[in-house]
Design a protein around this ligand. Structure first.
Ligand code: APR
Ligand code: ZN
Length: 242
């Protein structure tokens, strides 16, 4: 068991839908296999967007409006505190909500994109558009060229963002912590393997034992909003005593 983390430990944290569950955002792989009543192929693939852009647009607009109603939970807050304490910290999230940044996290990569942002299908212009006029079910026009914008979300079959930067950090880290992620989705699932290969310690905090549990050095079972504040407190406080 780790009781303390020295300030100069290089830490990479990977979060998934579970960390936002206690804020009221549903995870993906609920027992029915649907995401908010929709098949994932219909709302989270480029094919789905081409087949029925209105459905996909309305779906993400609803997710965007939901951001205005949810708040970070103690798990998000604890991670921001851990970041402030450490010299070298990277938070990689698969989540598209903005709860980590609202809790105070800074060094953060949204590998699957961000709900807040929209991206022009034509010129690629990306903008955070959260004013009321951009939150309706009507399509929105690019402020740069006037073409239609799409959600700035990585759909199945598209490449995640900043992979090189994430891989470098994972290869160099001393401690890798996965939180609230089922471990099903590549390439996030591969980072655990890479961290192990590089000799990092690997921890997991999850409500259910994840798919890849046997590859973690330690597993803490429970809700991240309950476990993380205690764990971070312990990691930070013990190490100041040395
Ligand atoms: N605290 C900790 N873990 C939790 C909590 C909680 N309060 N609630 C749920 N969990 C766990 C579940 O047990 C599950 O293992 O979080 C995990 C969530 O898994 P998924 O729903 O599969 O989410 P995630 O791993 O983030 O999915 C990865 O798949 O659909 C794509 O692109 C999408 O980013 C997403 C990716
Ligand atoms: Zn444009």
């Amino acid at each position: 068991m780790i009781g303390m983390i020295a300030k100069n430990t290089r830490v990479v944290v990977l979060t998934g839908a579970g960390i936002s569950a206690e804020s009221g955002i549903r995870t993906f792989r609920a027992s029915d296999g649907l995401w908010e009543e929709h098949r994932i192929e219909d709302v989270a693939t480029p094919q789905g967007w081409r087949a029925n852009p209105q459905l996909v647009w309305s779906f993400y607009q609803q997710r965007r409006r939901q951001l205005l109603e949810v708040e970070p939970n103690p798990g998000h807050v604890a991670l921001a505190e851990l970041e402030r304490y450490l010299d070298d910290f990277l938070l990689v999230t698969q989540n598209v909500d903005d709860l980590h940044e609202r809790a105070g996290s800074n060094n953060l990569i949204h590998m699957h994109g961000e709900l807040e942002k929209l991206r022009c299908e034509d010129c690629g212009h990306i903008e955070a558009m959260m004013d009321e006029e951009y939150l309706t079910d009507e399509f929105v026009a690019c402020t740069n060229c006037g073409s239609r914008v799409r959600p700035h979300i990585v759909w199945f079959g598209e490449a995640p963002f900043q992979m090189r930067q994430i891989e470098n950090a994972v290869h160099q880290c001393d401690l890798f912590i996965a939180i609230g992620t089922s471990g099903h989705v590549y390439p996030a699932s591969k980072y655990l393997h890479d961290a192990n290969m590089s000799g990092a310690r690997t921890l997991c905090i999850n409500l259910e034992p994840p798919e890849n549990i046997q590859f973690f050095d330690e597993f803490f079972q429970g809700k991240s909003g309950e476990l993380l504040p205690e764990l971070v407190e312990q990691w930070i406080n013990d190490s100041t005593v040395e």
